[in-house]
Design a protein around this ligand. Sequence first.
Ligand SMILES: N[C@@H](CCC(=O)N[C@@H](CS)C(=O)NCC(=O)O)C(=O)O
Length: 216
Amino acid sequence: MKNHLVIGNKNYSSWSLRPWLLLKVKDIPFEEEKIYLYRPDSKQKLKQYSPAGLVPFFQNSEVKVWDSLAICEYLAEAYPEKHCWPQELQARALARSISAEMHSGFQLIRNQLPMNCRQKMNFQVDSDELRMEINRVNSIWQDCRMHYQDKGDFLFGEFSIADAMFAPVVLRFNSYGIEVGSVARQYMQNILNLKAIQEWIEEGIAEKPVIEQAEI
Ligand SMILES: N[C@@H](CCC(=O)N[C@@H](CS)C(=O)NCC(=O)O)C(=O)O
């Protein structure tokens, strides 16, 4: 079986975007299947694939993998020539740290600024806690860019799993008009300029289903 990635709505499914973007940017062949989320039959369809009943889910003739970061880790091992993680040990340690931090944290950004490609507004950040999470993302992007800018346009120069993990945050900040520093803003633009991101956004906007709990 060829590489097969199961994803949710492109407009809303931030977890699905991560491995999808990595596959696209790294030019790894795959076919995608979309399951629209939060419909009466969604859970049953998801459970046919993923024991967790969630997207993203990935399979081929050798493996079944679920959870965005686990899929990215699998791809890094299966396609070492694609350099999914930075090649240098120190950079790789940092890339893993910020990817894990993203994967397990930033709860307020996730809850209060849900990914929604169709959304365009100026969100008023009135809680200190949310502002702290935004500031933390800003520092991560700024520090990485300042350190690795000579090597390319992304957090560690060449596009890596760290960029895939933060791409949905770029889309959120863009949708809600969240202000960041100039270095972080340029990094956001580099992600938004990716052909694959533009493709994802276009398809997300064109989708018909609306998930009320993800609309502000
Ligand atoms: N930690 C998981 C989170 C996966 C997740 O929460 N997926 C959401 C969509 S973005 C989902 O499948 N929701 C469907 C549901 O809850 O029924 C990952 O990294 O993949």
